[in-house]
Design a protein around this ligand. Sequence first.
Ligand SMILES: Nc1ncnc2c1ncn2[C@@H]1O[C@H](COP(=O)(O)OP(=O)(O)O)[C@@H](O)[C@H]1O
Ligand SMILES: [Mg+2]
Length: 402
Amino acid sequence: MSVNPFIVQRPIKYGEPFCNRKGEMAQLESAAKRSEAICILSIRRFGKTSLINQVAGHLEDQGWITVRLDLSRSFSVASLVKEFETALLAIKGRWERLIGHLKSVSTIRPQLSMDPMTSQPSLSFDFSRPRDEMNALRHVLEAVVSFPEKTGGDETRLCLVLDEFQNIRKIDPKGRLEWIFRSVFQERSQRFVPFLLGSEKHLLRLMVQEESSAFFKGVTPMELDVLPEDEVVDFVTSQFQRGLKLKMPESRIRGVYRIFGGHPFAINWFWAEMWSLEERSKYLEPIETYVQVAVRIILNQRDYYEAINSKLPLGARKVLLAIAEHEPVAKVFSKDFMVNACGMSQGSLQSALKVLIEEDKIKKTSRGYIVNDPLERLALAVADLDEDELKIFVKARIEQEE
Ligand SMILES: Nc1ncnc2c1ncn2[C@@H]1O[C@H](COP(=O)(O)OP(=O)(O)O)[C@@H](O)[C@H]1O
Ligand SMILES: [Mg+2]
């Protein structure tokens, strides 16, 4: 049996089936070669990590060293230091060589020691001289950034990927960590490039796009959008054709794309489910199968967003629902929206909007406010429907002709 090519629940690795993003991949690869720092922003589950995995894999094929760190579970400067230490160790498996390199970084004294439990030798760092954790971070970061020059071959190039990078602002709300990263990155040679990724767009924008921010003009922002419809059609068609010798009806692929608004995760999940249906050929044609699979995903995601949004203030939740229902909302403070749709005073509407923007729930477009995440928009649109109503809703959307 063919392996399911639609990977869900984890980022897609290099070499695994990945839909398009050719433009972004080319842009990132040429940025790497020019040593241009990039910050990739998108809401969660749009495929940032999967995309960078493809780019990193491709760079590795060309002899690059890549270091990918996920900072989503780093909650202190000390844990950041640890992440980078571990990364340094991993860069070149050969300890001797690494020790040679680290010795050249004046303040870090690597020491080989025996682990008393396992009797395995392990490498530890002695940070006794730079007591201060901020300093320790600067030094280990410098060691990573200067790695290509400090180690042998002229050809060594290093791409450092810092995923969920906005976390460093949470670790240090005053933004001091950002200035450390910035000043070390600024000293980089052409052989090093940093790629910064993050899903909390509001926070990341503060970090890279505000004039007073550390990375202002120092990194190029790149926003990741939903997948383009035609590319999804090609991707799904070719996977089913190649793996199962099945011809997927194009209109259905477009219908599914439409209902999920191009959301990469939802689409990939949908087709993963379709792929694993038993007696596929019998089931692939009838619309009921599509409706059933889509409804299951939507119900699951409705719970997911509800759980997330339960942390929002009540007023903000109310406004979010109203925006989903009326979007694009051009005049938020009109009587129609403020009073009739939200039933709120100007002050409370204002603070609700502020929360929603800060939480990346909504965004302001030229046409007015809209819900940021297409899957969340769908979840909100069907918030009050029971399962039968939802089926009717989904069926109509899938069958609707553009
Ligand atoms: N280009 C793509 N092609 C196919 N599926 C994708 C693509 N990008 C994202 N996905 C789907 O979305 C899921 C989440 O992707 P991920 O890279 O973890 O997103 P992010 O890092 O932005 O949160 C993946 O597991 C996959 O199912
Ligand atoms: Mg990710």
